[in-house]
Design a protein around this ligand. Structure first.
Ligand SMILES: Cc1cc2nc3c(=O)[nH]c(=O)nc-3n(C[C@H](O)[C@H](O)[C@H](O)COP(=O)(O)OP(=O)(O)OC[C@H]3O[C@@H](n4cnc5c(N)ncnc54)[C@H](O)[C@@H]3O)c2cc1C
Length: 482
């Protein structure tokens, strides 16, 4: 769905079945109407998912259900795309990407790439832009790797993982622009919303005001939140963060040896800050706890969020990633002479006598040769396939230090609307889950088929690695029907 402007703050409880257009940004044109034929549906016009319907109960249904429902406040708003194009990071990314298209190779190379996740797909995309011929080999019969998704017999989609696209992703945002699919990102209110573990059903918000530049908008968001941190805790945290703000990238990189928990202790930040904020943050970033995660990861994210006004602004893709994001990349690759092959699992990296790669041997026995080879699979797969002759090379020995984190993503379809939900990513703050979202609200697309009497809602939840003990070779998620 294209950005449909500020559309309707809906209170779905019944007494306020009204919707309004907020006209503050006239650029974003939208219409929305209550269908007269189907009065219980709100349909959005002027978007590319015309006909999408959000179900909300009729007055009769409401009076029946309101007795058993707690107050329901769902905000259905698509916010305008932030102005990212003039940021330094975006301009750098755009210039870098444009540089591929300007230089023409004297001899185009055949480049074989393992893995059609977003890394492999974008590698192939930029290689065709640079005038080469990529052959992208994907083990499975679905594109996208960790953004892969499957449709079941009912037409419902199951995603490998719920995915957020931040404003602070200049390369990804630039890629969307180059593919002409910016309108597939549904931007959300600039907030971070945390569940309150001791008050089930309640949430605490960090709201970034639109009128303030970075880092003031972030500082304001932290200072204004009083439910999660006390003033002394906030002040101590801010003082602890000062070296990171002043020290820049070199300071950030030097913190790699410290876990989040150790760093907080070293900086004199109270434990409660870690417990209240950074357990959720660490899990959201890497699915592990603050006593395991390198502080460098947190500081990289915080730095971007604090330096860029829209850095922490979040967008959801408007539908299933294989069709809505991966296919446009594949079409670009193919229309420029590259190839994408599914069901092509690499079983062995075959070497020449001098130790360079000769070919990839596939499960079906065929060999794929090229002038250059790229591995864009999870690190555990590369470790499994690493040729014996490479195992003593210091460069490859560093792989031992990279360990994959097993993650379970649960995608649940409920037969009725969730009561307490929001049009935003929610940090769960439970020991088990990291973040979740009600995707019937956050991803308004035909993917989440029009709500019938059994209104489907799809929140996605992720488990932290600590709860499962998967072997290094994590099996792919079960396919629909399996
Ligand atoms: C649950 C979950 C939620 C996430 N949420 C977010 C988020 O909100 N925002 C965000 O920015 N990031 C998020 N991430 C991280 C993001 O998904 C990944 O960083 C990104 O998708 C990785 O892309 P990739 O191409 O590097 O690897 P992958 O997506 O893992 O792709 C690797 C590909 O290689 C293929 N492959 C494996 N072995 C072989 C073989 N032998 N031969 C050929 N092909 C092979 C795989 O099938 C796969 O398609 C999330 C990750 C998970 C797991």
């Amino acid at each position: 769905m294209s950005q449909i402007g500020h559309v309707s703050a809906l209170n779905l409880r019944g007494q306020d079945n009204v919707f309004k257009l907020w006209g503050s940004k006239p650029v974003w044109k939208c219409e929305c109407q209550l269908s007269t034929r189907e009065p219980r549906f709100l349909s959005f016009l002027g978007s590319d998912s015309l006909g999408l319907k959000l179900k909300f109960p009729t007055a009769t249904a409401m009076s029946r259900s309101s007795k058993i429902m707690s107050p329901l406040k769902v905000v259905c708003i698509d916010y305008p795309r932030p102005e990212l194009e003039n940021t330094v990071n975006y301009l750098e990314a755009a210039a870098f990407s444009a540089s591929f298209s300007t230089a023409r190779p004297t001899k185009p190379l055949d480049i074989v790439i393992a893995g059609a996740g977003l890394a492999g797909l974008s590698t192939a995309k930029y290689l065709v832009d640079a005038g080469h011929r990529p052959i992208l080999l994907e083990a499975r019969d679905v594109l996208g790797g960790k953004v892969a998704a499957w449709k079941d017999d009912d037409g419902d989609w199951y995603e490998t993982g719920l995915h957020i696209f931040f404003g602070a992703y200049p390369n990804v945002q630039n890629l969307f622009g180059e593919l002409g699919i910016n309108d597939r990102l549904q931007w959300k209110e600039h907030s971070m919303i945390f569940a309150m573990p001791t008050k089930p059903g309640e949430f605490s918000r960090f709201d970034f005001p639109e009128v303030l530049p970075a880092p003031l908008n972030g500082i304001w968001a932290i200072l204004k939140n009083n439910e999660m941190l006390t003033w002394p805790e906030k002040v101590k945290f801010a003082i602890g963060l000062l070296p990171a703000i002043l020290g820049g990238q070199s300071y950030v990189e030097a913190q790699d040896g410290l876990t989040v928990k150790d760093w907080m202790k070293k900086q004199g930040v109270p434990d409660r800050v870690t417990d209240e904020v950074f357990i959720a943050m660490s899990k959201a970033l890497n699915f592990i706890n603050p006593d395991e995660l390198s502080m460098q990861c947190i500081l990289i994210a915080l730095n971007r969020f604090l330096q860029e006004k829209h850095g922490s602004k979040m967008a959801f893709l408007d539908g299933n990633p294989p069709e809505r994001l991966c296919m446009p990349i594949v079409e670009h690759i193919q229309s420029h002479g590259g190839e994408v092959r599914l069901n092509s699992r690499i079983k062995k990296i075959e070497l020449n006598e001098d130790g360079t790669v000769k070919s990839f041997l596939l499960n079906n026995g065929s060999q794929v040769q090229g002038d250059a080879f790229v591995f864009a699979t999870p690190v555990d797969i590369l470790k499994l396939l690493l040729p014996d002759d490479w195992k003593n090379i210091p460069y490859f020995q560093k792989l031992d230090k990279l360990v994959g984190v097993p993650v379970i993503n649960v995608h649940i379809w409920f037969d009725k609307k969730l009561k307490n939900t929001s049009d935003q990513l929610l940090f769960s703050r439970s020991p088990l889950l990291s973040v979740y979202a009600d995707m019937s609200v956050t991803c308004k697309s035909t993917q989440h088929r029009p709500a019938g009497e059994k209104s489907p809602v799809a929140p996605a939840a992720r488990t932290a690695a600590g709860i499962c003990h998967a072997p290094p070779e994590v099996p792919p998620p079960p396919r629909a029907g399996e």
